[in-house]
Design a protein around this ligand. Structure first.
Ligand SMILES: [Zn+2]
Ligand SMILES: [Zn+2]
Length: 132
């Protein structure tokens, strides 16, 4: 099963070779501002499972890399580093985002008061501590 997505104008397209995992809503200020939206739903894929057709504008910010479609500016990807194993994808840029509901909400400390949380999923002030 493959999952396709892309930017607003269609100039940049991508294919996920596997379903995105670690689905979550991020309410942090950086996501809000970069997307021009109250929060962003992210999913992760392994870098090897992502194919991109089109040009990206890669913006290093706050020690991470955000990628936007060079054609029209749609926010598409987020990486910890240029060679991190996984890369995050904006779920709303998928052609069919409907199956990929968030399983957590993070960075509640930055959440806008008017945004109602889904009480059925866990939420965290920042990010959940990795369980080891
Ligand atoms: Zn575009
Ligand atoms: Zn964020």
């Amino acid at each position: 099963m493959e999952y396709t997505g892309g930017c607003l104008c269609g100039g940049t397209r991508y294919v996920l070779k596997t379903a995105p995992f670690a689905l979550g809503d991020c309410h942090c200020i950086d996501c809000r501002r970069s997307a021009g939206a109250p929060y962003v739903t992210w999913g992760s894929v392994l870098r090897k499972d992502l194919r991109i057709k089109g040009q990206l504008r890669r913006v290093p910010y706050a020690g991470r890399i955000r990628s936007f479609a060079a054609c029209c500016g749609t926010h598409l990807f987020f990486e910890d580093t240029e060679n991190s194993e996984a890369i995050d994808v904006t779920i709303a840029s998928l052609d069919d985002p409907a199956p990929f509901a968030p399983a957590k909400a993070i960075f509640l400390e930055d959440k806008l008061p008017r945004v109602a949380l889904n009480e059925a999923i866990p939420s965290f002030p920042k990010i959940p501590q990795p369980s080891k």
